[in-house]
Design a protein around this ligand. Structure first.
Ligand SMILES: [Zn+2]
Length: 320
């Protein structure tokens, strides 16, 4: 184990959450990542760790107690429903539903982000990637939505601030969709700088007007490609990140802005994800002792997802 190691946090329970036949946010997403890291040998360079479940106290760092009670209530209701021979899912909105493993998966996902933060803060790892689902960045303080129940990145960022005593953390979101949940939770928290780039208009159809001075939102139209996105990031994110001097960087790593992903219409390629990661690693090295915790968000074309995560993790681990 060295301080330059890159961690890989996951848990088998994250595979057991599923939202019905044909849903794009499917367990096979994690298999695609695992397979790609295995065949390329990149997995061998990572320090693999099992995610513990987050506690209710952990989740309350970013969520309202009533939201958590509601999810737990649905979990109980689902168990009774299934016992009685009823459907295996409860729908929260048109494309977000729970099965009987969802609550446990969500607790492991947030637990991965917290454990990764602890390991990086302890200097056991330089940085870490959390291969987790359900994703989190649409989950608001009081609301599950858009495939998300618990905001993993917001929980971990607050954990770093409130429990590890950091004074400045950056949250970076390059998913094709705006991280409305993270914005809902962290807008106005001056200890946080959040930078995001996303297709607009697109679900969740907001973010074009930032909700706080600590939010740098870059809405871009459909069909924007890598070179334009890199130029925007260079011009709009980098000076803000440099001036903010984050002590740690959290990444909402969604890979659905990939050209081959059907949930969005942006044109990023594997090289673009490598470039973004490299630029963030440079900021982290300059200001944050290299500390980065990256959490999987979207990414629904399984081939593109596996290759993009590989490119991202190669840069985190400096294998490129
Ligand atoms: Zn997304």
């Amino acid at each position: 184990m060295t301080a330059h190691a890159t961690g890989y946090f996951t848990h088998s329970d994250c595979r057991r959450h599923e939202m019905g036949e044909g849903h794009p946010e499917c367990p096979q997403r994690l298999d695609a990542i695992e397979d790609r890291l295995l065949v390329t040998g990149v997995g061998d360079a990572l320090e693999r760790r099992e995610a513990p479940p987050a506690s209710l106290d952990d989740l309350m760092l970013a969520h309202d107690r009533m939201h958590l009670a509601a999810l737990q209530g649905l979990e109980d209701q689902l168990a009774e429903q299934i016992e009685a021979g009823g459907p295996a899912h409860i729908h929260l909105d048109a494309d977000t539903s729970m099965n009987r493993h969802t609550w446990e998966a969500a607790r492991r996902a947030a637990g991965a982000a917290i454990a990764a933060t602890d390991a990086v803060m302890a200097g056991e790892l330089e940085n870490a990637f959390c291969a987790i689902r359900p994703p989190g960045h649409h989950a608001e303080r009081k609301q599950a939505m858009g495939f998300c129940f618990i905001n993993n990145v917001a929980v971990a960022a607050r954990h770093a601030l409130d429990r590890h005593g950091l004074q400045r953390v950056a949250v970076v979101d390059f998913d094709v969709h705006h991280g409305n949940g993270t914005e809902d939770i962290l807008a106005g928290d001056e200890r946080v700088l959040m930078v995001g780039i996303f297709q607009h208009p697109l679900y969740p159809f907001c973010g074009d007007v930032p909700r706080g001075a600590n939010m740098v939102n870059l809405p871009v139209p459909a069909y924007t490609r890598g070179p334009e996105i890199r130029a925007l990031i260079e011009r709009e994110w980098m000076p803000r990140l440099e001036a903010f001097r984050p002590e740690m960087i959290f990444i909402s790593a969604g890979f659905d802005a990939h050209r081959d992903d059907d949930l969005g219409r942006l044109g990023l390629l594997e090289d673009d994800y490598a470039w973004i990661t490299r630029r963030l690693r440079e900021v982290a090295r300059r200001h944050a002792g290299g500390r980065i915790v990256s959490c999987l968000e979207g990414g629904y074309n399984l081939g593109a997802l596996g290759r993009s995560v590989e490119a991202h993790v190669r840069e985190l681990a400096e294998l490129a």
